[in-house]
Design a protein around this ligand. Structure first.
Ligand SMILES: *Cc1c(COP(=O)(O)O)cnc(C)c1O
Length: 395
């Protein structure tokens, strides 16, 4: 019996000619590094606004804050979800107008509220009384939206528990905001990142409906719902296409808000940038830990501390391509640092052609989100993940 040959469905992630272009660009640069294709970011943005034309897009900058991406999205008309003063500084430096910025972090210092207000930002999120009072003091008259808590069930990278508050707290905040001279504007939630259960938006919207009605009963007309992020990127685990997400969300909105549709905001991060990035790495060592081990360990020059933190708990499974032929072998994948946490995939067995040796290159697809921005600073002396933008064809 001939052993199974290594096969990777490259075309599912990148067509042959794009891969050739990427490979040539990457060949001139040391690994590890991330290569972003702005054409793909633009494509994802255009797909999204075509599918949800009623939504205002607030790009979650943390997913990939490269200047080129912020500038591109700004030129395309995106708004921005910002979490810190340095993030705001970056956007203002790039010419983003402060009236297109939402301060979307529920955890902020009083002086950070003032910093944003002084620079022209008038849209803030809140989920607590302390924070709301700070906003009233340092951003008088601002628009505030309130984050409701979700469980993150069904998502690969949950953002649950830490953010948002339960309906009874939110209801009090809405009333208090008005008393404090703020404009209670709407509600927000985040169903969890890489959310594969579309029904989670329905559950969250049902809670919004209830709060809209309760507020109206108290004489406050909320106007906006911020559906957060959670839209999918293309990793190994299957998701529905974005079109199905959009259609379902439009249906949930129509079901829940029959007479007057609220203004809709969305805060995509991953779904705009992940698929547009390829992380290029190199094999450092291939080894067996015992003579009769079932699996060889494959150590790469990229790991959990240089951009792949979302492999924690093997939560995000990147499509990984070894550009060689040979019999397929199941392996354990790990990073280069002297921390035993720096193992990428041990339970889930990736396949590799057994011909791979130290020095061979490895390509992680769909790696454009939450990689460079998450990489550590010189842990073990390894620099933060380098990132480049492919020259754009025809520009
Ligand atoms: C991180 C974050 C997002 C982006 O979520 P994705 O799942 O990457 O699209 C959106 N909104 C808020 C408040 C966030 O913290």
């Amino acid at each position: 019996m001939t052993p199974e040959q290594y096969a990777f469905p490259l075309e599912n992630y990148l067509d042959r000619s794009s891969f050739g272009r990427l490979k040539a660009f990457a060949a001139e640069r040391t690994t590890p590094h991330l290569v972003m294709d702005l054409d793909l970011v633009e494509k994802r943005y255009r797909e999204l606004i075509a599918l949800l034309p009623m939504a205002k897009v607030y790009y979650a900058v943390k997913a990939n804050p490269m200047d080129e991406i912020v500038t591109l999205l700004n030129d395309l008309g995106s708004r921005f979800d910002v979490a810190s003063c340095p993030e705001l500084d970056q956007l203002l430096r790039l010419g983003v107008s402060p009236d297109r910025v939402s301060y979307g972090n529920t955890i902020k210092k009083a002086r950070d509220v003032k910093y944003f207000y002084d620079r022209g930002v008038r849209l803030f999120v809140s989920d607590s009384q302390e924070d709301l009072k700070n906003i009233a003091t340092f951003a008088p008259g601002a628009r505030v939206y309130f984050r409701i808590i979700t469980e993150g069930t069904g998502s690969d990278w949950p953002l649950s528990r830490k953010f948002g508050a339960h309906a009874e707290v939110i209801f009090l905040l809405i009333k208090q905001a008005k008393e404090l001279g703020l404009e209670p504007y709407g509600l927000s939630f985040h169903v969890g990142s890489q959310q594969r259960d579309i029904g989670q938006w329905d559950d969250a919207l049902a809670r919004c409906t209830y709060l809209f009605e309760a507020a109206e009963f108290s004489g406050i007309n909320l106007k906006m719902i911020n559906l957060g992020g959670g839209f999918p990127a293309h990793y190994l685990e299957a998701t529905q296409p974005l079109e199905i997400y959009a259609n379902e969300i439009k249906r949930f909105l129509a079901d829940n808000f029959s007479d007057e549709a609220p203004e809709i905001y969305i805060e995509p991060g991953r779904s705009l940038t992940a698929d547009a990035g390829v992380l290029v790495a190199e094999v450092v060592l291939v080894t067996k830990k015992a003579r009769n081990s079932l699996y060889r360990w494959v150590f790469l020059d990229v790991g959990m501390f240089s951009g792949l933190i979302e492999t924690m708990g093997e939560a995000i499974k990147y499509p990984i391509f070894f550009d060689k032929e040979g019999p397929a072998e199941e392996i354990i994948l790990a990073g280069p640092t002297c921390d035993s946490m720096d193992i990428l995939y041990e339970d889930y067995k990736y396949k590799m052609p057994s011909t791979v040796v130290a020095g061979d290159r490895v390509y992680f697809f769909s790696a454009g989100a939450y990689t460079q921005s998450y990489s550590s600073v010189y842990f073990n002396g390894f620099p933060p993940l380098a990132a480049y933008v492919l020259p754009r064809a025809g520009r």
